[in-house]
Design a protein around this ligand. Structure first.
Ligand SMILES: Nc1ncnc2c1ncn2[C@@H]1O[C@H](COP(=O)(O)OP(=O)(O)OP(=O)(O)O)[C@@H](O)[C@H]1O
Ligand SMILES: NC(=O)c1ccc[n+]([C@@H]2O[C@H](COP(=O)(O)O)[C@@H](O)[C@H]2O)c1
Length: 293
């Protein structure tokens, strides 16, 4: 892992925060600048993942005083270990093909993908740091600097897990929903109102986006199609389909599991890693003590 003493986060080796499509100047200085961050497996990325951003653009324009200055897909670490999760390298490549070749504004941040599992609260802090602390926010047409708010963009199934015991800690929910906020896209099978029932304390920071055209494409279904040798063309961007075919991906996929099981397993794995590290540094100290005169 790269270690920059001024950076409070651990960065993967050779990591650079992508800013090539991030607006540095706002169009309307009266608005509040935000950046959309979609965290997920993206195994593989589908048109629905990309549609979420476009739905958010329409929602923001019609219902809020926000101005979107950037949009990021943030694929989760391999340590998330959700069944069907292809290696970070393939997932980041597919997201990059989708973002660069089908959109004019989306970017892929490989920060969490290429390291140990990072909780979503930490991911949003990382965006806050890169854009506002290192990047010093955005400027208005009159040269004033403004702080950009990273906001989570997620489907209602992910938000529903926020009411499942043990998946999200209370301080993390306070951090994500109280400090940053979330835009929730309706997802078939996950009732939005029910999903946010237990989150009413942060209602002012929760924005619900209804799907006017129902579309329930999911990565799970795409993987299932691929495993059965069925076509997935027009469910995913063409360059992603080509990449999957060229690399014979998802021909042998494992069973499915929920988002919650992945997060809990990843946290446990990290805990074990910390214990191992603490154990070995403790043993190191004992050795040092023993070697001391
Ligand atoms: N059809 C959809 N409608 C609304 N939101 C979606 C849809 N598909 C994915 N999302 C959202 O996109 C984000 C990332 O999704 P993720 O990569 O987990 O895709 P997925 O299709 O749910 O994956 P899997 O099928 O592997 O569980 C999550 O917030 C998820 O809720
Ligand atoms: N406690 C947490 O921070 C927490 C819990 C559950 C899921 N998540 C995130 O939500 C996303 C879930 O993705 P999937 O829907 O693909 O499982 C991942 O990015 C994961 O890191 C975070």
């Amino acid at each position: 892992m790269a270690s920059d003493p001024s950076c409070p986060f651990t960065n993967p080796p050779y990591y650079e925060f992508p800013t090539h499509r991030l607006h540095s100047t706002m169009r309307n200085p009266a608005k509040q600048p935000i950046v959309l961050v979609a965290c997920g497996s993206f195994s593989p990325v589908t048109y629905l993942h990309l549609r979420m951003f476009e739905m958010a653009v329409d929602y923001v324009r019609q219902n809020t005083d926000f101005e979107i200055v950037g949009g990021y897909l943030s694929p989760v670490s391999d340590q998330y270990k959700k069944p069907g999760l292809l290696s970070a390298h393939h997932r980041v490549t597919m997201c990059t093909l989708a973002a660069e070749q089908t959109s004019s504004w989306l970017m892929v941040d490989p920060w969490e993908a290429y390291q140990s599992y990072q909780r979503t609260a930490v991911v949003l802090d990382h965006f806050d740091y890169e854009i506002n602390t290192r990047g010093r926010g955005v400027t208005t047409p009159t040269g004033e600097r403004k702080h950009v708010r990273p906001m989570l963009l997620a489907g209602s199934d992910l938000i529903a897990t926020m009411s499942e015991p043990g998946v999200w800690s209370e301080p993390d929910l306070e951090h994500i929903l109280g400090r940053y906020g979330v835009l929730i896209v309706e997802r078939a099978g996950a009732d939005m109102d029910q999903a946010i029932d237990n989150l009413s304390r942060w209602r002012h920071n929760i924005h619900l986006i209804h799907q006017l055209i129902q579309n329930d494409v999911s990565s799970t279904k795409v993987r299932l199609f691929l495993k059965r040798g069925l076509s997935v063309r027009y469910l995913l961007p063409a360059p992603v389909v080509d990449y999957i075919e060229e690399n014979a991906l998802y021909v042998d996929d494992g069973p499915t599991a929920s988002a919650s099981s992945g997060a809990i397993a990843a946290e446990k794995e990290k805990e074990r890693e910390r214990e191992r590290e603490a154990g070995s540094s403790g043993r190191g100290k004992e050795k040092e003590k023993a070697a001391a005169p």
